[in-house]
Ligand binder design. Structure first.
Ligand code: ARG
Length: 271
């Protein structure tokens, strides 16, 4: 049975200043040059796919000196129009948080919380129908989980990330349907206890293997029907189709040099 898509609003930031000048995750190698025109074309392809599917894409102006700003998922978490700002773990990205807050202030958002604790936005927070899943271990502080629970009034499920290649929750877990608690994830990224929690809460989840996770296949965006994901995560396409989803493969290879793909480039504005 094909599923229903629902129209979404996304916040994206063009990679005009994207570079790999420092390394804060194992994917980043400053010695490997980035082809900027190709990065821009890949990003535009993602944006155009969203637009073609009927979604709205708002734009954040890129700032020089903030090469990771293209990864807007990290800049805030928005649920019911309420904005939980980010506080970045690494000094190299600190100024991105303020750029996001300014954008929200300028675009009519009123309920904005400037966080006391480190959280990297939707990099580590994932919204399902029942819970706010929250990653910790590499970036977001466990203290940010209580802060998010209090602000959003949603039960937070803390999940321990243990493999540095999967340093953000959104590199290892993707919400496929936020109306029904359906997810896909890679168990190898999580501690044994967190794996058990995921198996208990999501017994029907699509479980990815290390090959598809390593191709950043979990760094995907779903509108409830279409699932945009890296083309290289070939093993996920058939299981997604079997579940009634329509996988759409993309090549974001240049952005992967920064350790990000589809989801990292996309912040969802839930109004
Ligand atoms: N270079 C960035 C960092 O390490 C990549 C962020 C990817 N974003 C994400 N949502 N996983 O912070």
């Amino acid at each position: 049975m094909p599923r229903d898509a629902s129209p979404r609003r996304y916040l994206m930031c063009p990679p005009h200043y994207f570079r790999v000048t420092y390394s804060i995750n194992p994917w980043m190698d400053p010695a490997k040059p980035v082809d900027l025109p190709v990065a821009l074309a890949q990003w535009e392809d993602l944006r155009d796919r969203y637009l073609a599917l009927g979604h709205t894409v708002a734009l954040l102006d890129p700032l020089p000196g903030l090469p990771d700003m293209v990864f807007t998922a990290n800049g805030a978490t928005v649920i019911d129009g309420r904005v939980l700002g980010a506080r970045f773990a690494h000094q190299e990205r600190h100024r991105e948080a303020e750029a996001h807050l300014e954008w929200f202030r300028a675009h009519g958002f009123i309920d904005i919380h400037e966080p006391a604790h480190i959280n990297e936005g939707e990099g580590d927070f994932a919204v399902t129908a029942s819970w706010l899943l929250a990653g910790r271990g590499f970036r977001s502080s466990p203290l940010s989980h209580d802060e998010a629970q209090e602000f959003f009034g949603r039960p937070v499920i803390g999940l321990d990330l243990v493999d540095p290649r999967y340093y953000h929750l959104d590199t290892a877990l993707c919400v496929l349907d936020d109306g029904t608690d359906e997810i896909m994830y890679y168990p190898g990224a999580f501690s044994p206890g967190s794996r058990a929690v995921l198996a208990r809460l999501f017994p029907d989840a699509l479980v990815a293997d290390g090959t598809d996770a390593g191709a950043f296949g979990l760094n995907a965006v779903s509108d409830g029907r279409h699932v945009l994901l890296p083309q290289a995560a070939a093993g996920l396409f058939e299981p997604l189709r079997e579940r009634g989803f329509e996988p759409i493969g993309l090549d974001l290879g240049e952005l992967l040099k920064g350790g990000g793909s589809v989801k990292c480039c996309t912040q969802e504005l839930r109004l």
